[in-house]
Design a protein around this ligand. Structure first.
Ligand code: NAD
Length: 541
């Protein structure tokens, strides 16, 4: 068979784009027996970054132009409050409306651009982030306190989102399909078209991955956007938008806005030029945006919200695996993950052994400055979280039994950051705030059960339904669990972590019940469709 060269080249490009593979930086260094190289690269990146901490000003970006506002806020590191990371511009209402106008203007051209051209730009973005991954990960360490393994994974996930969504666009032919036609002279086509300008609001805990994921979702599908990072993590977002611009993103496609969250939220909601809002954050803020937006106009709201994620440990569980999985899920990044495990229901016959093993795992967690190679657990994000920790420890000491932790870390330099110990509490009743509310802290509540159905009911009693897990060797229990658990992301007998660690393209990530609004997970095959509306075209010859 003779292959037409032009056609071959065209498809070769598609095939390269389509073959999605997770980045997995640290895992790949380990596989290649190069852990030392990984650490050297990280140490070098940290060293050169710390030289940069010189009270720099950070602008907003409108129409690809950097604008430094006079009004700014001081941005300090949770790792060490003596480190000033910079001064961040606070956008005014007038400038924010200019940013929205600029996105509105650029929509006309960007939405009409062939999606393959959009992909080419975004592939450049992914490649540039990849080339700078250690520098960006080092920044994350100081900006949101993750250790180096979690930081690099956050950057990896950002790259994964871009590559995965590019491959989704290509696989789906830009979301254009030919429909059935009962008449030969009639052609029926379904085309997914972008809405317009999106308001994008990100949380602090995955300031690279989630920020990039939501932005790419909007712009790869032909929308434009105004994007706000969390107030605690504005620099990483800024660096990524800089990379996007250097990679060829036209002016106005993505405008970067920082400042007062409540004011920005109000203006975005009020603006009729905003055609959709994508939000990841707490349930309360997400709900407020959702309700208020509905009063202004009809438009899609994609919201990924909080969780209160349970793990069931049954009588037949591999207790070592369960203890390791729960310890990682509850305490990695200090429980500051929407997927963190915060409730364990353990069968009463194995409770004692499970708790012993869990505590054994938890005692091995190194609490250190996040820039230290040996750090497992760094600081909480800010003083509010720190105060909450103290408040909930106090409640725990009255309402249950603290089995481990509950302490503030004050030794040495740790006193300059928001460092606390992992905390395990037993026997707090279900209707207590500690079991019901998402605390977003390294705080785990353990309760025992007799009957499996009882554990399942307790899991499902929560208003949230994000992730959930079980450790069991009983097939019936496992079947019961996967068939009845009310959660969007479900794990069985996972060693790595009971409820956290979803990977783009492997586990689509989205919440049920009060954990999300749209029911379609990020990093999954239905995600992009939410940023487009369908047009059915019937063309008669
Ligand atoms: P948050 O709700 O406090 O803030 C999220 C974003 O909203 C930030 O950018 C913040 O500045 C902004 N914001 C706050 N008040 C606002 C208002 N009135 N109007 C507009 N914007 C406003 O959440 P956070 O503390 O940054 O992140 C933690 C929360 O995010 C947790 O509840 C966690 O479960 C959730 N989360 C969910 C997922 C998911 O995929 N389901 C992923 C990550 C985080």
């Amino acid at each position: 068979m003779v292959i037409d060269n032009k056609l071959f080249n065209k498809y070769k490009i598609y095939i390269i784009y389509m073959k999605f593979m997770n980045e997995l930086t640290y895992e790949n260094y380990i596989k290649r027996n190069q852990e030392d190289i990984f650490h050297t690269k990280f140490d070098n990146a940290i060293e050169s970054l710390t030289k940069e901490f010189n009270n720099e000003d950070y602008p907003v970006i409108i129409n690809n132009e950097k604008i430094y506002t006079r009004d700014k806020y001081k941005h300090i590191s949770p790792v060490d409050r003596r480190i000033i990371l910079g001064y961040v511009s606070k956008i005014s209402d007038r400038l924010l409306n200019e940013a929205i106008d600029s996105s509105f203007q650029s929509f006309k051209e960007w939405s009409k651009l062939d999606y393959r051209k959009r992909i080419r730009i975004l592939k450049n973005v992914a490649n540039t982030i990849r080339s700078n991954k250690f520098q960006l990960a080092a920044l994350l360490i100081f900006e949101n306190g993750k250790n180096r393994y979690e930081s690099i994974a956050d950057i990896d996930e950002a790259i994964d989102f871009i590559n995965y969504y590019c491959s989704n666009m290509i696989k789906n032919n830009g979301y254009v399909t030919i429909n059935t036609s009962i008449e030969r002279t009639q052609k029926n086509i379904s085309i997914m078209k972008p809405y317009g300008v999106w308001g994008i609001i990100s949380p602090f805990n995955f300031p690279a991955a989630i920020f990039v994921g939501m932005n790419i979702g909007a712009i790869i599908t032909g929308n434009t956007a105004v994007a706000k990072p969390a107030s605690n993590t504005p620099i990483i977002g800024y660096k990524i938008v800089e990379i996007m611009i250097e990679s060829g993103l036209p002016p106005g496609v993505l405008n970067y806005i920082t400042g007062d969250a409540v004011k920005i939220g109000k203006t975005i909601i009020k603006s009729k030029k905003i055609s959709g809002i994508v939000f990841t954050g707490s349930k309360d803020v997400g709900y407020t945006l959702y309700k208020k937006s509905a009063n202004i106009k009809s438009r899609p709201i994609i919201a990924e919200l909080g969780g209160k994620n349970p793990t069931i440990v049954t009588m037949t569980a591999d207790l070592n695996r369960a203890a390791e999985g729960v310890s990682r899920a509850a305490f990695s990044y200090g429980g500051q993950k929407c997927s963190a495990c915060s409730r364990v229901y353990v069968h009463k016959n194995v409770k004692k052994q499970f708790i012993e093993r869990l505590i054994l795992n938890v005692t091995k967690i190194n609490i250190e400055n996040s820039d230290n190679r040996n750090c497992d657990l760094g600081p909480l994000i800010n003083s509010d979280a720190f105060q909450n920790f103290k408040k909930y420890v106090d409640i725990a000491s009255h309402e249950g039994k603290i089995l481990y932790g509950g302490k503030i870390m004050n030794e040495g330099d740790l006193k300059y950051g928001y460092y606390v110990t992992p905390t395990i509490v037993e026997g707090v009743p279900f209707d207590n705030v500690l079991v019901k509310k998402e605390l977003f802290l390294p705080f785990l509540c353990i309760n025992e059960f007799n009957q499996f159905s009882e554990a399942l009911n307790l899991c499902n009693k929560s208003e949230y339904g994000l992730t959930a897990a079980i450790y069991s060797k009983d097939k019936k229990e496992i079947d019961d669990f996967v068939n009845n658990i009310e959660a969007g992301v479900v794990y069985v007998n996972r060693h790595k972590s009971s409820t956290t660690g979803a990977l783009v393209g492997n586990q689509s990530f989205g919440g049920w019940k009060n954990s999300g609004i749209s029911g379609k997970g990020t990093g999954g095959k239905y995600y992009l469709t939410q940023f487009m509306r369908e047009q059915s075209q019937t063309i008669v010859e």
